[in-house]
Design a protein around this ligand. Sequence first.
Ligand SMILES: Cc1ncc(COP(=O)(O)O)c(C=O)c1O
Length: 367
Amino acid sequence: MIPINLPKIGEEEVEAVVKVLRDGPLTNALGAGPMVTEFEKKFAAFANVKHAVAVNTGTAALHMAIVAAGVKQGDEVILPSFTFVATAEAVVMAGGKPVFVDIDPETYTISPVAIEKAITRKTTAIVPVDLYGLPVDIKPIREIAAEHGLAIVEDAAQAHGATYGGKSAGAFADAACWSLYASKNITTGEGGVVTTDDDELAEKLRMLRTHGEKAKYSSLMLGYNYRMSEIQAAIGVVQLGKLPSFAAKRRENAQRLTESLRKTEKLQLPHEPKGCRHSWYLYTVRFKNSTEDERNKVVAELKNKGIGAEVYYANPVHLMPFYRDSFGKRELPETEKAAKQVFSLPVHPGVTEEQADYIAATLLQLL
Ligand SMILES: Cc1ncc(COP(=O)(O)O)c(C=O)c1O
């Protein structure tokens, strides 16, 4: 099976972990030992911002960033439903009420027009998502946020290596949240990072990460234990160094698929708007006209032929029982339509040229 994503770990990562295990320290009680500090410095440079705060998951990064952005109990937070559930979970964990809005059917990212319509006196933040690794069109969202005094916390969990206007994804938000989960473009097994240009926000994030402390046993605010270990950071430093080559290979595989799949009229291929670079976390295509059953049948047949095609996301968050029952029914026609028609194909750096050709040829044959 060619899996949809696969971590690429080499001897360098193994050696870096062994060195930390041999020499220590394994972690730091206030959040940043030498490896975490080095990883954060390198990640901030990569993300074109001043600060990176490393944590133990992407979900923790989102939760902490939404709290640091000032979201309080009962505040409304606007976000897409077409995302991984963690985006919404983090809003609820921070005490906010998720207000799900629709997407642009071409890019699958949140629609700025829909954001504007959803703003009320209770809205305090927007959480756009760089879905599949395509940076959200942040410029109009920035303008809306400035006009209404809202914070932007960008979910860049899938966007390592993506750019918008020549800068890293996330660089134009108040804070951006990254995941280092094993399926992501780079990984530390589990892990996450918040990036920001804002000195005050960064200081708050560092405290939230470790029990609200600047000094031990002296909490200044309610905090959490979201610390990244030195072991994870050691892997992160090596993976970050490899990211340019991983990103180039993903792009090459995506281009190869696009060249072949252009031959069919049946699919809408992924779109890379001008001024954006996709991270190609997922290469997602869409049936222009098909039922959910027909889509599911093609995905099942691809699997039978050894291709790990997957649907992200068949069940948008606003339709999940917990979110529907807690926050009310909403109709999001573009989201619901996309959820029935999309599916993703493997383009990770472990996919060879031959495998990319096999994926495209097999799909064309099934169509
Ligand atoms: C869009 C999105 N947001 C948030 C997350 C949560 O990250 P993690 O799994 O590291 O908690 C993920 C990845 O799993 C994701 O894909």
